[in-house]
Write a new protein. Structure first.
Length: 195
């Protein structure tokens, strides 16, 4: 039997790439920009963003409740100042309405090609054949997790923020901690005396 191919995404954005992407999306589509910002700064999946209603938000406490997520559990996502401000600017009057809806008032069920076209125009996928290395919308969630790990956030906390059902699912980000671990040893080395 042929071994199962590891198809997990590897690519995540640098801070500069994320800035370029958000700036380009802001010009093309406010909705796609806002969805991308929300995924990038909360780790939300696209389906969770589509399902989000105003009733799920507590802007005063800076959090939102994600119901019936991919693994069937409810979880809390915490807002950054950027996402909080963006949601305040989007605020609609009817509480039950979707946060992101089309011009006809119905919630989105698919992402427009604006995201893909913007990524192409920025050249993020130029010359890349391996699908795991291509920038797609899910790359934003992957970037959120990768940035947390780069900042030294432990994998258990990242697991909880992403809503993973097992720590094993979050361990894909452990390679990012190598830099942090090496730095920790270098810090220890500063205080050590020669033998």
């Amino acid at each position: 039997m042929k071994p199962k191919k590891d198809n997990r995404r590897v690519r995540f954005l640098t801070h500069e790439e994320a800035k370029q992407l958000l700036e380009a999306l802001a010009v093309r589509s406010r909705d796609v920009h806002d969805m991308a910002l929300l995924s990038l700064e909360t780790g939300m999946r696209l389906g969770e963003i589509f399902s989000l209603t105003w009733n799920d938000l507590d802007l005063n406490k800076g959090k939102l409740i994600l119901l019936d997520t991919k693994n069937g559990k409810t979880r809390t996502a915490y807002l950054t100042e950027n996402t909080k401000k963006m949601l305040q600017m989007r605020r609609r009057s009817r509480a039950g309405d979707s946060v992101f809806c089309r011009n006809d008032g119905k919630p989105y069920r698919a992402l427009s090609r604006t995201f893909e076209r913007t990524v192409d125009d920025l050249g993020f996928n130029d010359g890349i054949e391996d699908a795991r290395m291509k920038v797609v919308f899910h790359t934003l969630r992957h970037t959120y997790a990768s940035w947390l790990v780069e900042k030294g956030v432990d994998l258990y906390t990242v697991k909880e923020l992403l809503g993973h059902s097992t720590l094993q699912m979050t361990e894909r980000y452990s390679h990012i901690t190598e830099k942090t671990l090496r730095q920790a040893v270098k810090e220890l080395e500063k205080d050590s005396r020669p033998l």
